[in-house]
Design a protein around this ligand. Sequence first.
Ligand code: DGL
Length: 269
Amino acid sequence: MQQAIAILDSGVGGLTVVKEVMRQLPQEKIIYFGDTARAPYGPRAPHEVVQYTHQIVDYLLQFQPKMVVIACNTATAVALDEIRARLSIPVVGVIHPGARAAIKTTRNGVIGVIGTEGTIKSNAYEYALRQISPYVRVVSEPCPKLASLVESGQFYTEHTRSVVEQSLQRLKSEPMDCLILGCTHYPFLSDAISDVMGPDVTLISSADETAREISTILYHKGMLATSNSIPIHQFLCSGDPVLFKQIAQSWLNEQIRVSPVVWQVPHII
Ligand code: DGL
């Protein structure tokens, strides 16, 4: 099937999922939407995030994708079920894949979760983890400052290091052996996070496992791309395309074209 996989996030975070999809499914065409004009989603009320997710999905449907991937934990936590119920194509979120990867990794049964205020407040990870294994202990911490640092391209600055250190202070004393990066922006900061948490804590990014889930669903439904030609991906963002493009190219390690989206709906911003 030659239609694209639509992937969305509040900003550049979903590119962590895009990178894995490109690696695991090199024949698949991707259309990506980063809602950079309205990021971060973390501090927003759940009903607002649900509304934005519906708007982006509606916008992406004009490209007739074969699947929608909500590559944003904050949006997955509050909107996945509604979007799934509304569409007739498969819809994949990032929380269950991340939870599964953590269960697979943990040896001592203590799992840390960091995410936006919205994700942590929703308890979506705790629920997803306990659904698989009721015996794990889950220690969660909101890290409200991290997504904005990533959106502004500050991955390796001293300021970023100290914000990461402060954000993880409480978690450091917990005996976890793995930590779920429960926000798709956080893999951009994994060096700093790993330095703070130390070598005994494995960082779990849902990107790998989400790409595997996409691959499994497409395979079982007979929807994998069949063309051998290299796909031309499309990147859209609602805010400044210059910074988005710079971050995306360095993360994906390839040249891309970014089109700014001009919303047609006046009440959208
Ligand atoms: N990347 C998103 C997530 O996974 C949202 C970050 C934000 O916009 O606050 O939760």
